[in-house]
Design a binder for this molecule. Structure first.
Ligand code: ZN
Length: 292
């Protein structure tokens, strides 16, 4: 037997496809892989977050609050508002909501009020709920306020906040492993924006609506007025010329769907859709306009 070096065929290293097509194909594949990776991290982190006991969630929020206090970055866990009539009223109403939802220590809400003119409200880690003046001043009656509070409180009670932060943290850790990390200060800023812009899934929002409606019924004996909260969103979407509406809307189910599902679940539960509405305190607008 005789061995000899055979020359390879001409052009074996040249792909059959056009090089640009090949490049596009690889780019798309890389983007899809990255997206899948982020989705996977988000879902795994979310599941883990939901398994964490509420006491641990409280502890984490406290440690973060300490870190914010030391760094001078504004903390989403502390409010600057002093004890005013408005805060007293909201706190007392919040207690009624907690009772109606069956929430008890250690799972209680730390309610904050911000006098910023932002049309928003949010719940985050450790049972912290923030209500903004910009949204409160538009509320037509107490029933809508209770629906709003009960919705945010439900995110705490149903562990959506822990799941949301768990998912967000997993993605953040994944991103930090990539080159281009930032210092402690930068990290605190990103934590701050993570905890105050939690992205809840649509199913979480629907779940929170249903839970909140139960509280409205417990307190007033009917669910009239609850849907007016979503009516407000319709109105504000209409005037949002810059498209800068808060995250509050982007993940929430369509307003019309929400209003529809409220009537549907009220009928299923046998809850009255009609009933007299309770007004907000006479000085409510004045309280909102007073400086803190
Ligand atoms: Zn929500």
């Amino acid at each position: 037997m005789k061995y000899y070096n055979r020359l390879p065929k001409e052009g074996v290293n040249t792909p059959q496809r056009h090089p640009l097509t090949e490049f596009l194909r690889l780019t798309v594949a890389a983007i899809v892989a990255l997206l899948l990776f982020v989705l996977l991290l988000n879902s795994a982190g979310g599941r883990l977050g939901g398994l964490i006991p509420f006491r641990v969630e409280l502890w984490v929020a406290q440690r973060l609050d300490d870190a914010f206090a030391q760094s001078g970055v504004e903390s989403p866990f502390s409010s600057r508002a002093s004890e005013t009539e408005l805060i007293r009223y909201l706190t007392q109403l919040g207690r009624q909501v907690e009772q109606a939802l069956g929430m008890s220590a250690p799972m209680v809400v730390k309610l904050h009020y911000s006098d910023e003119d932002t049309f928003n409200a949010y719940a985050t880690l450790g049972g912290h709920v923030t209500l903004y003046k910009g949204l409160l001043k538009e509320l037509p009656h107490e029933n809508a306020l209770v629906m709003l509070m009960a919705h945010e409180y439900s995110h705490v009670q149903l562990r959506h906040t822990a799941r949301g932060v768990g998912g967000g943290l997993a993605v953040a850790v994944g991103a930090a492993l990539l080159p281009g990390g930032s210092g402690v200060e930068g990290r605190l800023y990103s934590i701050s924006s993570l905890v105050s812009n939690l992205n809840f899934s649509r199913s979480m929002e629907t779940e929170a609506d249903q839970n909140a409606l139960h509280a409205v019924h417990q307190i007033y004996g009917h669910v009239n007025g609850a849907a007016d909260l979503f009516g407000l969103f319709v109105k504000f979407r209409g005037v949002d010329k810059d498209g800068k509406l808060d995250r509050f809307f982007s993940t929430h189910p369509l307003d019309a769907q929400r209003i529809g599902s409220i009537s549907q679940s009220a009928m299923e539960q046998g809850w009255a859709l009609e009933g007299s509405l309770t007004g907000l305190p006479a000085d409510f607008q004045q309280w909102l306009n007073a400086t803190r």
